[in-house]
Design a protein around this ligand. Structure first.
Ligand code: 5GP
Ligand code: MN
Length: 339
């Protein structure tokens, strides 16, 4: 929740036309793109000059989102983006809790700016760079928070079909289509209201999940075949090497959702996927859990990451084999066998 003073201060800021930059996290997902674009279409209706600026490119499966074609990519057009940030009156940061989540380069630059930042985010333990912080870890998605934020400002009449479509996207993607524990009755009420506002919910789901390439499904097949079980520790994990990704002409976003299959096995409550990225020289890791096991804590403690209790990510500079060995060792040391 934001308090009444904060809300009226923000309403005052938004009362005159401003140049506003809206930033999602690096490797933006459906919630990051949906929330930034939803806010963008909202702020444009208020007469602001709004720009969504992503640290790096967004995946193709989100390219249908209205306004995504106007997104500036910091990694591709660094000078233009820095100039834009220098002249911004207001900077919204959405779906992340620390500036380094935009990457070392962009995060470093953002940290040098003396601008008014507004954070809207649902991750644990937000940093304090923002003047106004709307942080709520009980929220299903940042998109759900953008919906509430617009209501705090009492401007819900501006949630038109375009804004609603963007917001619905993050609801769907961050809740695994309304099935994760983060889905609340309020989440469903928000979804219902968005449908009333005219979104084509089945079409949105289709755009998000039924546009796979043949190669992507073959890669999923490979990932599932690579899955290993540590049954005594209720744990599973998947690996994908760069060579395997290359063999199926892997594109950004292709591995989205693969990690969830690891939890779909009976008795498994912790899973991970390790994806080799030769270009960045890292192993990108996603963690998922069911129930009490806190993968945010786990990712922070051992793999330079973070996120939520049941969904988190991290990275490793070791080789794929070494990273997996490290994971297996930690699991065996820290999880109780057969309990
Ligand atoms: P995913 O596994 O889908 O990439 O991310 C799961 C959740 O963890 C998301 O909420 C994402 O923002 C967060 N996350 C992913 N990677 C990292 C990371 O390297 N650092 C931190 N702090 N959070 C991450
Ligand atoms: Mn999110």
């Amino acid at each position: 929740m934001m308090n009444a003073n904060e809300i009226s201060a923000i309403n005052e800021l938004l009362a005159t036309p401003k140049q506003i930059t809206i930033i999602p996290h690096r490797n933006p997902d459906g919630d990051a793109m949906g929330s930034t674009l939803g806010l963008y279409h909202f702020l444009k209706q208020l007469g602001h000059q709004a720009t969504v600026m992503a640290p790096n490119d967004f995946p193709d499966f989100l390219a249908w989102l209205p306004g995504s074609e106007n997104t500036l990519i910091y990694e591709k057009e660094t000078e233009r983006c820095q100039a834009q940030l220098n002249t911004s009156d207001l900077i919204f940061t959405l779906d992340f809790n620390a500036l380094h989540r935009t990457g070392d380069q962009m995060g470093g630059f953002l940290a040098t700016l003396s601008k008014t930042f507004i954070m809207i985010d649902h991750h644990q333990w937000p940093d304090s760079y923002a003047k106004y912080i709307y942080s709520d870890t009980s929220m299903s998605s940042t998109c759900e928070m953008v919906y509430h934020f617009i209501h705090f400002l009492e401007k819900q009449n501006l949630i038109n079909e375009t804004v609603a479509t963007c917001i619905y996207t993050g609801l769907v993607t961050d809740t695994g289509s309304f099935r994760f524990a983060s889905t609340t009755s309020t989440t469903h009420e928000v979804a219902a209201d968005l449908i009333k506002r005219g979104i084509k919910n089945a079409q949105i789901h289709n755009n998000l999940f039924d546009t796979s390439s043949y190669n992507r499904l073959q890669l999923l097949g490979k990932a599932l075949q690579n899955m290993q079980l540590l049954e005594d520790y209720k744990t599973s994990y998947i690996t994908l090497t760069q060579d395997e990704l290359d063999a199926y002409q892997h594109k950004k976003g292709d591995t989205e959702g693969f990690v969830n299959y690891g939890l779909s096995i009976k008795g498994i409550d912790l899973t991970a996927i390790f994806i080799e990225n030769k270009e960045e020289g890292i192993i990108k890791i996603s963690f998922r859990s069911q129930g009490d096991f806190d993968v945010n804590q786990f990712a922070r403690n051992y793999f330079n990451g973070g996120g939520h209790i049941n969904a988190a990510g991290g990275k490793s500079n070791l080789s794929l084999t070494e990273t997996v060995n490290q994971f297996v060792t930690i699991v065996k040391e820290t999880r109780n066998e057969n309990s």
